[in-house]
Write a protein that binds this ligand. Structure first.
Ligand SMILES: [Zn+2]
Length: 268
């Protein structure tokens, strides 16, 4: 198992140094190639990856989503430090076009890896990694998830990061679908890693699982890779393996992995 992992180090502007983990490129590539057209099979494959990453037994549960054949998939990584406030990373696993590689196996397949990394590190916050069902049917999974959080507990969520449609271009955030503080944090980490990072609003062409969180006033960051030139790839026949810009995708893997460690260190 350890051979799958690489250790990398980031230095953020404040000269604070921290290390984070990465999947080696071959393993991540193999996992991304597991994208399947059928949602039932996507669910099974993601569940298998979760299991292999320690998300089983008490650490894993499912949440029924009405009008969806698949449930939300939730992996809990308890905190080992002083903050009780949760950090949630979410990505939908259902697909609507092509092999659904970009939209959104690219995001879903990172969840088990990130859960694995955070389990291995001492951490201040508890983490939750959520594979959302039925995003393409109208954000059914994420709406169910947010609804299930009692209003009084929303303050207990320090941040939510939504990954949707990665690997078309270098990492983008959706400014209108994100909280300013979290965009700033991501930009800081990207800068430390010397990674390209920009903002592209996608309000005109679609929405994603960050919407119910934003509506509930929970701090959220939406990461994607869609631009005006590339958005036609998603939700259609062109969403297949060859649409992936591998370097950009792996860079996003680096950015997200480092960002989780950074947020764990810096968020109250
Ligand atoms: Zn999507």
């Amino acid at each position: 198992m350890w051979r799958w992992l690489l250790l990398a180090v980031a230095v953020v502007a404040s000269a604070e140094q921290f290390d984070y983990l990465l999947l080696n490129e071959g393993i991540l590539r193999e996992r991304l190639q597991l994208a399947h057209r059928k949602n039932d099979e996507r669910y099974r494959r993601l569940k298998d990856l979760f299991e292999k990453s320690g998300c089983k037994g008490d650490a894993y549960h499912e949440q029924h989503v009405s009008r969806s054949r698949q449930p939300n998939m939730i992996c809990d990584v308890a905190g080992t430090g002083e903050s009780p406030r949760k950090i949630i990373i979410g990505a939908h696993f259902d697909a609507i076009g092509g092999d659904g590689v970009i939209d959104n196996w690219s995001g879903a397949v990172m969840l088990p890896a990130l859960a694995d990394f955070m389990q291995r590190k001492p951490r201040r916050h508890p983490f939750e990694f959520v594979g959302f069902a039925a995003e393409e049917l109208g954000l059914l999974g994420s709406r169910t998830f947010v609804k299930s959080i009692p209003k009084g507990e929303r303050q207990g969520i320090a941040a939510v990061i939504i990954l949707d449609s990665l690997g078309l271009t270098p990492t983008k955030c959706w400014p209108n679908g994100s909280s300013k503080e979290l965009v700033t944090a991501a930009a800081r980490v990207a800068d430390a890693l010397r990674l390209d990072f920009g903002g592209v609003n996608v309000d005109g062409v679609g929405t994603t699982d960050s919407e119910p969180f934003k509506d509930a006033h929970i701090p959220v960051l939406t990461l994607h890779s869609v631009t005006q030139e590339t958005w036609k790839v998603i939700n259609g026949d062109r969403d297949v393996w060859k649409a992936v810009s591998w370097k950009d995708y792996y860079d996003t893997h680096r950015l997200v992995s480092a960002l989780l460690v950074y947020l764990d260190k810096t968020l109250p």
